[in-house]
Design a protein around this ligand. Structure first.
Ligand SMILES: Cc1cc2nc3c(=O)[nH]c(=O)nc-3n(C[C@H](O)[C@H](O)[C@H](O)COP(=O)(O)O)c2cc1C
Length: 224
């Protein structure tokens, strides 16, 4: 399809793959990626080649965003000292969070593996960096700007899985601490620390399910 300005889109011709064939195999492959994607917290020490990191980050060039605003910034963190500082911040958040659970639940919480910041050779800080001026589509839902960052991260997770790597999302980090540990552009607010590397464990189900923290449940759907 010619997407140059002034060339209107042509009618959709059905789901075809890149070779113009019916896209059943694409669907099969996508479902395999969707169902094998896992949150990884254990990584091999093998480095991730720079070309691989660069290819994966191209996801941010094709991801959807409200008003085509691309309101994000990614910092690649390979430096061990920076990762140690981030890990120290994680330990503080984890200790505080543990207090929110009681008794046996707290004991189980304290045994959980919740990140791979030091093991994973690559960390990605994905920040929300809103563009100057108004963004189309954010009048009634200003948070659509942050949603855009989250949806791009989700696509990255799938691309990482397709490339045979593993990713772990760490939310037990204080955005202010991340900004102190790593220089970020003015106005950038960290939304995720992502651990990236070659996974050390093959996970057939969520690790939190395996260790008895919770279970995946079918989600209720309303039909009208
Ligand atoms: C926004 C977000 C934040 C998350 N933060 C953490 C985290 O800090 N530590 C952790 O171990 N897992 C974290 N996870 C991963 C979830 O625990 C994981 O997705 C869930 O247990 C299901 O497992 P699965 O992703 O392997 O299917 C996070 C996931 C999301 C979407």
């Amino acid at each position: 399809m010619n997407s140059a300005p002034g060339h209107p889109p042509q009618p959709h011709s059905g789901a075809l793959d890149a070779a113009g064939q019916p896209a059943d195999r694409d669907a099969e492959a996508l479902w395999r990626i969707l169902t094998t994607r896992r949150d990884h917290r254990h990584f091999l020490s093998d480095p991730v080649p720079r070309e691989t990191i660069e290819r994966l980050l191209e996801v941010f060039d094709v991801a959807p965003s409200v008003g085509l605003s691309q309101p994000w910034h990614v910092t690649v963190v390979q430096d061990r000292g920076a990762r140690e500082a981030i890990h120290a911040g994680f330990r503080e958040v984890r200790a505080a969070e543990s207090q929110r659970f009681e008794g046996e639940r707290r004991r189980l919480y304290n045994s959980l593996r919740l990140e791979g910041i030091l093991e994973a050779p690559v960390g990605l800080i994905v920040s929300h960096l809103p563009p100057a001026g108004p963004t189309l589509g954010t009048t009634s839902m200003p948070t659509a700007s942050e949603y855009s960052v989250v949806s791009a991260i989700t696509l990255l997770w799938l691309a990482v899985t397709a490339e045979g790597l593993g990713m772990g999302w760490v939310s037990l980090v204080d955005p202010a601490h991340l900004s102190d540990a790593v220089p970020l552009p003015a106005g950038a607010r960290p939304m995720a620390y992502l651990c990236l590397g070659y996974p050390a464990l093959c996970l057939d189900e969520p690790l939190l399910q395996t260790v008895g923290w919770g279970r995946r449940a079918p989600q209720p759907v309303g039909w009208l």
